[in-house]
Design a protein around this ligand. Structure first.
Ligand code: ADP
Ligand code: ASP
Ligand code: MG
Length: 406
């Protein structure tokens, strides 16, 4: 007998038939004598629909209210799944984040889980109950409903698995595992049987949305083995776990694209000590994550400062940056929203040279201009025009010979 945590994503619970399919899968685990906790997302498209409703009232909704609104999508799916299980003769109970409670900080729309009290879940498990938990949401110290950022149900599932010391955490989605590139873009992508936490973390941070990056961070921290599997097939699957000898040691493990990018340039910034601090401190105070930063060599005492932020948060970022630009006497602020970040990731890069150069020459062969570059020990990222995203992913996947093998 094991304690199993399963998470089902939006497409897996996108209709009544699909929810009934999930109920049958969950029932099979229970019938085999296991305890089971299920974490669900909202129906596919529902979170976007709710965000659009808010934006039809105001372009800049209050984030506390926005979180209360968008968290309702998960309330629909968890209650329907509990009903479907009850109808099949199982005792099932749904729980919203605050009912567990799943405690978070107060960073609305991107809150972090601080603690999960496991008392109620354990009590119900003892009674043989199938627990169904709303993903993506929690409650802060003041009693406000919070959400964990897009794709946050993955993090809810891993956090619940860690809190309960579950034997396994299974993430069910619309692909049958983690691939060398997004299989919906790259037809030649290859499924990995196993991937190390660190590699998965970099892929997720670089935009491979099959797992939310924070869920991988949490899995690594607590040593939770995570299986990514398909809801619609029993084949395949990828285990995300500690690095071991059996793992493939490729120089590059995968190629990833991230279209949620915008580039901001502050033109002609007077180049003196403290300028970077003046620009980036207010962004950090407003929880705006800055990714790549480039400062040009200064000409006649002025420099250009270019950096990337999430496209979703561009309005707020632009406003803040325009205010700072005025304050520090910069010439102007230029925003480009039509950019994407392409990354190659692999722990094997640490000991290999020429990987970045091969990436640049591959993009050059496709006539794709590189706008920004950043490198780390196990990742190289390039910002390019977003219309070349698919072309770049396919070309890099081919150049690094990541494709299907016999
Ligand atoms: P869910 O709604 O189940 O959480 P997501 O849409 O968040 O599903 O994540 C699954 C999607 O992640 C896939 O449909 C696929 O397009 C995308 N994806 C991006 N990169 C990868 C990758 N390297 N391997 C597998 N899937 C990927
Ligand atoms: N429903 C939320 C979203 O669409 C959370 C999730 O799916 O993981 O982002
Ligand atoms: Mg997801």
């Amino acid at each position: 007998m094991a304690l199993v945590v399963q998470k089902y994503g939006g497409t897996s619970v996108g209709s009544i038939e699909k929810i009934e399919n999930v109920a049958r899968k969950v029932a099979r685990v229970k019938d085999a004598g296991n305890d089971i906790v299920v974490v669900l997302s909202a129906m596919s498209g529902e979170t976007d629909r709710l965000i659009n409703l808010a934006h039809s009232i105001t372009p800049d909704p209050d984030e506390r209210e926005l979180d209360s609104l968008v968290s309702t999508g998960e309330q629909v799916t968890i209650t329907l799944l509990a009903m479907a299980l009850n109808k099949m003769g199982y005792r099932a109970r749904s729980f919203l984040g605050f009912q567990i409670p799943i405690k978070t900080d107060s960073a609305f729309t991107k809150a972090r889980i601080e603690d999960i009290l496991d008392g109620k879940i354990r009590q119900e498990l003892k009674r043989g109950t199938i627990i169904v938990v709303a993903g993506f949401q929690g409650i802060d110290a003041e009693g406000n409903i919070t959400t964990l950022g897009r794709g946050g149900s993955d993090t809810s599932a891993v956090a619940v698995a860690a809190a309960l010391k579950a034997d396994v955490c299974e993430i069910y989605t619309d692909v049958d595992g983690v691939y060398t590139a997004d299989p919906n873009i790259c037809p030649d992508a290859r499924r990995l049987d196993k991937i190390a936490y660190d590699e998965m973390l970099e892929l997720a941070r670089a935009g491979a949305k099959v797992l939310q990056a924070r869920s991988v961070e949490m899995a690594k921290k607590h040593g939770v083995p995570v299986y990514v599997k398909s809801t619609f097939s029993d084949e395949g699957g990828t285990l995300v776990t500690k690095e071991d000898e059996e793992m493939e040691r490729e120089v590059v493990a995968g190629v990833t694209q991230d279209k949620d990018q915008a580039k901001i340039t502050i033109v002609k910034v007077p180049d003196k000590p403290g300028i970077a601090a003046k620009i980036f401190a207010p962004l950090a105070e407003n929880n705006i994550v800055v990714d790549m930063i480039i400062q040009n060599a200064s000409v006649e005492g002025n420099t250009d400062m270019t950096f990337t932020v999430s496209r979703k948060g561009i309005k707020q970022a632009r406003q803040i940056v325009e205010n700072i630009a005025k304050e520090i006497g910069a010439k102007e602020v230029v925003v480009n929203e039509n950019v994407a970040k392409i990354s190659i990731v692999g722990v094997g890069m640490v000991s290999h040279s020429g990987v970045a150069a091969k990436m640049f020459s591959t993009l050059y062969k496709e006539n794709i201009n590189i706008l920004m570059i950043s490198t780390s020990e196990i990742k190289v990222s390039c910002v390019i025009e977003s219309k070349y995203t698919e072309l770049a992913v396919i070309a890099l996947h081919e150049a690094f010979e990541l494709g299907k093998r016999d």
